[in-house]
Design a protein around this ligand. Structure first.
Ligand code: KIV
Ligand code: ZN
Length: 542
């Protein structure tokens, strides 16, 4: 932060009692999920919501209910199941959106409607085709409609950081008068800088009527890599809510990373003079779960949750850390829930050890789920010596994921590949819908070639299932460390006008790829809309 900003320290708001709390508004399930490749099924969203509750977030933005029936259903289920955090739903500044959001939130113990309309000249003119006074009218009307359903109403002037400041003052003053309780200032396109964002908050907090009656909130995108710095600058200026996502996932370069702002406030408490209610030891588990369900990897040098974030490679550093960890560590691995000894279970670990481990990782499974996970664990422990936390999280995710119906199951996979050969795959599938002459599920075999072994496998599966899909994403990543690490494959297929996410894990990466592809295809055959999301063309989001 520049000295200019530092010099304004005396201008920051007086911190008394609750004023020293910065509320954490998690939007992993809304803004985070909006990015290509992060699509989650309804069950996965619910699992993430439970994890966010355990992490201690204050608000979970569960989705944008008007955008699809699946979004609606997911928000509704989260509203019904989650107990402590406020559940927020997004709505454009139009009656229908707000009514649908209110309906989805109906059963929430604590609910918030988050309504928005663009306020920058470029958005008002080209996107909305509205004059500034019409935008104010619509915003005020939207807040009033939202107030019919809940007291807790958040308003966002979209693209606020490219809006005219005087116009923002008028717009915000009017929505506060209409009853908005939280005013969010989005840096929608990731354009601002810490100093500029700080000044904007100071200006708005000083000029808007009744600014002291509402909570100001920061919402930053990371296009220029400044989302965390910008959000923290807003806190310095008086913002008391930060909107963020786990691992910083989100459209384009992502949103502010929850773990970064939380750990900055935790580590530099004396500088920020505020605190959050986040249980920091839950950060790593949450980060791993979001990686597992979305298949979005975290760069090794990512702050806080990257693989190297606590690794000291250089001799000088290692020597220092051994003598006193504080020489090079500003926070401990334990503070984010990273056990110093990551290797936990192996071939000789029994049910009891697994159960203990699961509880420590935050899972409460019923007897049947525990049996299923234990069975898979023993299979895995036979293949690899050390079973890491990440392996266990992936096993649980895989074993407990509800599938309404699995039409196809892989019985055999054979792949022939190598330099100078045409990759060929032979796949044998059981088709639970077709019966043979003895009334048993029919077994179908096909072989196909491809540009590579994975392409050959997918082609062979296509021949059996008769599916023609477009692969939007295919990702392969190791789940844990070592040569015998399990690989996780994630695919996102477009079949007709819907997107199907599939995931597969195995110590054999070709097998993992086949599982992932078939998982997505089975979701298509389940004919259950909650297993897919509607395909939206790039740029066709809100
Ligand atoms: O970035 C943005 O402007 C948003 C709003 C809908 C809050 O996500
Ligand atoms: Zn956003």
């Amino acid at each position: 932060m520049s000295s200019d900003v530092k010099n304004q320290k005396e201008a920051t708001i007086d911190i008394k009692t609750e004023k020293d709390i910065v509320y954490i508004f998690d939007t992993t399930l809304r803004d985070g999920e909006q990015c290509p490749g992060a699509a989650m099924t309804e069950d996965q969203k619910l699992e993430v919501a439970h994890r966010l509750e355990a992490l201690g977030v204050d608000v979970i933005e569960a989705g944008f209910p008007i955008s699809s029936p699946v979004q609606f259903k997911a928000v509704q289920r989260i509203a019904r199941e989650i107990e402590t955090p406020i559940i927020a739903a997004l709505a454009r500044a139009v009656r229908k959106d707000i009514e649908v959001a209110a309906e989805a939130l109906k059963d929430a113990r604590r609910k918030r409607i988050h309504t928005f309309i663009a306020s920058s000249p470029i958005h008002m003119k080209y996107k909305l085709g509205l004059e500034p006074n019409q935008v104010i009218e619509k915003a005020v009307e939207a807040v009033k409609i939202a107030k019919e359903f809940t007291d807790d109403v958040e308003f966002s002037p979209e693209d606020a950081t490219r809006s005219e400041k005087e116009f923002l003052v008028e717009l915000i003053s009017r929505v506060i008068e209409a009853g908005a309780t939280v005013i969010n200032i989005p840096d929608t396109v990731g354009y601002t800088t810490p100093e500029e964002y700080y000044q904007l908050f100071r200006y708005l907090i000083e000029k808007c009527l009744d600014a002291d009656k509402v909570i100001f909130s920061a919402h930053c995108h990371n296009d220029l890599g400044m989302a965390t710095a910008n959000s923290l600058a807003a806190v310095k200026a008086g913002a008391r809510q930060i909107e963020c996502t786990i691992n910083g996932i989100g459209e384009r370069a992502g949103n502010t990373a929850l773990e970064e702002v939380v750990m900055a406030i935790y580590t530099r408490g004396e500088y920020f003079n505020v605190r959050t209610k986040i249980k920091t030891q839950e950060i790593m588990k949450t980060s791993i779960l979001v990686r597992t369900v979305t298949g979005m990897v975290v760069q090794p040098n990512k702050a806080i949750v990257g693989d190297n974030a606590f690794a000291h490679e250089s001799g000088i550093h290692q020597d220092g850390v051994l003598k006193n960890p504080l020489t090079y560590e500003i926070m401990t691995p334990e503070s984010i829930g990273l056990p110093s000894n990551k290797i936990v279970l192996g071939r000789h670990s029994g049910r009891h050890a697994l159960k203990d481990k699961l509880i420590r990782l935050g899972y409460v499974l019923d007897e049947q789920q525990l049996e299923e996970v234990f069975h898979r664990f023993t299979e895995l422990a036979d293949k690899k010596k050390e079973v890491y936390d990440e392996d266990i999280v992936a096993l649980v995710d895989d074993a407990t994921r509800k599938r309404s119906y699995n039409r196809y199951e892989i019985i055999k996979l054979h792949v022939f590949t190598g330099k100078g050969t045409t990759p060929t795959a032979t796949v044998k599938l059981k088709d639970n819908e077709l019966k043979d002459e003895n009334g048993n599920p029919k077994v179908l075999t096909e072989a196909a070639t491809g540009d590579g072994p994975v392409d050959a496998i997918f082609n062979a599966i296509d021949r059996i299932t008769g599916i023609s899909s477009k692969i939007k994403t295919y990702r392969l990543q190791p789940i844990s460390e070592g040569r015998d690490a399990q690989g996780q494959a994630n695919v996102l297929l477009q079949i007709k006008d819907r997107m199907y996410a599939g995931k597969g894990i195995s110590t054999d990466i070709l097998e993992a790829s086949a599982y992932a592809y078939l998982d997505a295809i089975n979701r298509f055959f389940s004919r259950d809309e909650s297993q897919s999301v509607k395909y939206t063309k790039e740029g066709d989001t809100i």
